[in-house]
Design a protein around this ligand. Structure first.
Ligand code: G3I
Length: 402
């Protein structure tokens, strides 16, 4: 430190030293020199700390949240350990990198409403507190979904009981979090691949208008919350047409829908960019925002060569279906990087139409794709590796904003 101080002193007092010769014999020489010395120290301190803080700014963590803040929210799906900040690496990384979170499981009906009159709000309340603490927006997921239903309702025979469950559930849960969460996936995955309504307990017992009804109830219960329809593969032309018809039907009934969530469970080597672009254009033409809500790019072979994300699809394990158990080869890493780069170029092109890009999980080790549709594989679908280190795909995405 002394060395640094002396160095700065030499620079600052350099011109003063030249004049010192003339002053050497003067009585006040030492007094003046002292004055300058003190002044010098002050200047040095300012410069030193100024430089240190400039240094800090330069080496500040490069973040998705910051890089895209002018354009759209960047989110991630989080689990219980992350909400409770028990996953220490994630506890640091999530608030740094993400401006939005979606609870991966804890707001699904099975967890939040396990019995007729029992609601489990503990974890969702913790999530709300977490969002507040870090200024992170919450996309609540999900009110009405045929999957992950509580046992008591899964086998309900009576249509009135289903209707009562449906109404109570939406009213109770959506009103509790109104104004506390930013948005709700009101209805999730109500469509088949051909665009027709999915065969579910809701369709069977309540009829095809149940989607509109869900939004009507949500609108009443949560007037201050954005309301979205969320599904996978709705960038595909047939399913997209089904989603557009569904959205138009909600709008024609005078019910509010604010956005559509394209999940985005794609394969790195097969991203349907043209369909995605057309979908952004067509959905936003309905006057709603487009969100990419569950983005991940799997690198493993799919047994059915499909992008469907139906949690019930399962296949047998074989070593052939788990080719990268010992690491991702450069050729696939490059495809993954290019895939994310292409996607984010597209997202930026349509930034005025897109509200949020959410990754489905924080790091590769925590992705559902390690266990779906085959359990126990090693997948690499996200921007952070198993040690929370940013991957080349992260750099490529960030670079687009530099
Ligand atoms: O919590 C139980 C635990 O108590 C039990 O011991 C364990 C035994 O398997 O299961 C645990 O529950 C699992 C749950 O995740 C929490 O980890 C379920 O089995 C498992 O099926 C469930 O998977 C989730 C899946 O949805 C089904 O809800 C995935 O984590 C989640 O990533 C996935 O997310 C869905 C979206 O909600 C909708 N779009 C598709 C997406 C991917 O499938």
């Amino acid at each position: 430190m002394h060395y640094v101080l002396d160095m700065w002193m030499n620079v600052i007092l350099g011109h003063q030293r030249q004049n010192d010769n003339n002053l050497k014999n003067s009585k006040c020489f030492f007094m003046i020199k002292n004055k300058f010395h003190n002044l010098g120290i002050i200047v040095i301190c300012i410069l030193h700390f100024g430089c240190a803080s400039a240094q800090k700014t330069i080496s500040k963590t490069v973040s998705l949240r910051e890089s895209f803040k002018k354009y759209f929210l960047i989110g991630t799906a989080i689990n219980v350990r992350q909400i409770e900040e028990k996953d220490t690496n994630a506890a640091k990384l999530i608030p740094e990198q993400f401006s939005a979170v979606t609870p991966e499981n804890i707001m699904k009906a099975e967890v939040i409403h396990p019995k007729w009159d029992t609601y489990n709000f503990d974890l969702a309340d913790k999530l709300v507190a977490y969002g507040k603490k870090y200024n992170i927006k919450i996309n609540a997921h999900t009110l009405i979904w045929h999957s992950q239903l509580p046992a008591f309702m899964r086998h309900m025979k009576d249509a009135d009981s289903v209707k009562q469950y449906f109404t109570d559930h939406i009213k109770t849960v959506a009103s509790r979090y109104d104004g506390k969460v930013f948005s709700w996936d009101v209805v999730n995955e109500a469509l088949e691949e051909d665009g027709s309504m999915r065969k579910s307990i809701f369709l069977e017992k309540l009829g095809p208008d149940f989607v509109t009804e869900a939004f009507r109830l949500a609108q009443q219960a949560a007037p201050n919350t954005q309301l979205y329809y969320n599904d996978y593969n709705i960038e595909q032309p047939k399913k997209r047409a089904g989603a557009i018809a569904l959205i138009k039907k909600i709008q024609a009934a005078g019910v509010r829908i604010d956005g559509v969530g394209i999940q985005g469970h794609w394969r790195a080597y097969n991203i349907p960019l043209k369909d995605i672009e057309e979908s952004i254009i067509e959905f936003s033409a309905l006057g709603i925002k487009v969100m990419f809500t569950e983005l991940d790019l799997g690198v493993l072979p799919n047994p059915w060569d499909s992008d469907a994300a139906d949690v019930n699809m399962k296949a047998e394990y074989s070593a052939k279906m788990n080719p990268y158990a010992n690491g991702l080869p450069d050729s696939m890493q490059t495809k993954l990087t290019k895939g994310y780069e292409d996607l984010f170029k597209l997202f930026l092109k349509y930034k005025d139409k897109i509200g949020r890009i959410t990754f489905w999980g924080v790091n590769d080790g925590q992705s559902w794709l390690n266990d779906w549709p085959i359990r126990g594989r090693t997948n690499y679908p996200l921007l952070f590796d198993r040690n929370f280190k940013p991957k080349p795909a992260f750099d490529a995405v960030i670079k687009l904003k530099k």
